[in-house]
Design a binder for this molecule. Structure first.
Ligand code: NAP
Ligand code: ZN
Ligand code: ZN
Length: 351
């Protein structure tokens, strides 16, 4: 099939910095939408993938799955979008469309889901490449509509940081009066505070960083607990209906379990791997408390969130960077020095 060569940023090994590369995008097929990328958010998963933290990266990798752009071309069979529309692409660009999960709008749990990067493009027989690039071609069923009233850069992180926290908030039926806590104030954490607050919950932030207390309150938390302070932790025992844990690295979950109310659930969305230290089951058994996991969200649920953000005027708090500054941004992310999401202005790559 014919392809178009475009500029992107990616890396050829776990040890090297990201650099400018050329990649191929497929020509639009009947159901495809071609998107000129305006902005792309920087997720901690991009860093995990670039550095092969999960042991599954194929190189070269071009990260980026918080994409906002304008439609520049549509295939002959496209009905949902037209040239000039403001659209978005998140973490998924395809799935089998016939399994039970696909039928239930849970494409993220389809055994054959195709990631925006690091997936497999069945048209090109090659790995998919993400949003650190000039343009992307995506099947219309995996393209989302962006509310026109929102800041185009600020909405980009909703496509991953937003939906990854929205999905558990919805699954565990958070609403007015629910007691929700969020562990870690980074990209996911700050969206979780905003969204839980907008749903009417009573919101708490657990953070290791005393310098983030005021930001936590400004972003929607009603209280901030410094997780290393035992007296503060003691004050919230048996309290929360839902805790969303966004911490990217192995850490001790045990201190949080006792802060759940009876029937409460701690949902891990950050760290992927074996727990260290191990979980002690006593507080789980003694209070019917659960530990669960959750992966991004489906396409319909992501559109639901974009519409919710449009209605409630919610965007991410961002720091706009140039594509060329991505390696520095990764170093700052490793130091938890993100306030609270980097978003790449893709004009910098096109120049
Ligand atoms: P981020 O912006 O770097 O934020 C992570 C926050 O966690 C930090 O700001 C820090 O908050 C806290 N933290 C960092 N290292 C820690 C450590 N060693 N111990 C305790 N706390 C630590 O990252 P993000 O983009 O929000 O992503 C968070 C994680 O979610 C990543 O692992 C990412 O891969 C994953 N993720 C999962 C999904 C999914 O579908 N499940 C989707 C997207 C991302 P404080 O300073 O407040 O403590
Ligand atoms: Zn992500
Ligand atoms: Zn499927």
């Amino acid at each position: 099939m014919s392809t178009k060569t475009i500029k992107a940023y990616g890396t050829k090994s776990a040890e090297s910095d990201l650099e400018q590369l050329n990649i191929n995008r497929r020509s639009v097929t009947a159901k495809d939408v071609e998107i000129d990328i305006l902005f792309c958010g920087v997720c901690h998963s991009d860093l995990h993938f670039a550095r092969n933290d999960w042991g599954m990266t194929q190189y070269p990798v071009v990260p980026g799955h918080e994409i906002v752009g304008k439609v520049t071309q549509v295939g002959t069979g496209v009905s949902k979008y037209k040239v000039g529309d403001l659209v978005a692409v998140g973490c998924l660009v395809d799935s089998c469309r016939s399994c039970n999960n696909c039928k239930d709008d849970l494409e993220q749990y389809c055994p054959q889901w195709v990631g925006t990067y690091g997936g497999y493009d069945k048209h090109l027989n090659s790995p998919t490449h993400g949003g650190y690039s000039e343009a992307i071609v995506v099947d219309e069923d995996f393209v989302l509509r962006v509310p026109e009233n929102l800041d185009q850069a600020g909405i980009a992180p909703v496509l991953c940081a937003g939906i990854t926290t929205w999905s558990p908030l919805r699954q565990w039926k958070v609403g007015k009066g629910s007691k929700v806590a969020v562990v870690g104030l980074g990209g996911l954490g700050h969206m979780a505070l905003k969204l839980a607050n907008a749903l009417g919950a009573d919101v708490t932030l657990f953070s290791r960083s005393p310098n983030k207390v005021q930001d936590g309150l400004d972003l929607g938390a009603h209280q901030v607990i410094i997780s290393t302070d035992e007296a503060q932790m003691e004050g919230v025992m048996n309290h929360f209906d839902l805790i969303i844990d966004t911490v990217p690295y192995a850490h001790d979950l045990n201190p949080y379990i006792g802060t759940l109310a009876t029937n409460g659930t701690l949902v891990v969305v950050g760290y992927l791997g074996p727990l260290d230290p191990m979980l002690v089951t006593v507080p789980m058994i003694m209070g019917r408390r659960s530990v669960a996991g959750s992966l991004i969200g489906g396409i319909a649920e992501t559109q639901e969130l974009l519409d919710f953000c449009g209605k409630h005027n919610i965007t991410s708090d961002i720091e706009i960077i140039k594509m060329q500054d991505i390696n520095l941004a990764y170093e700052r992310m490793l130091k938890s020095d993100v306030h609270y999401r980097f978003v790449i202005d893709m004009k910098s790559l096109k120049k």
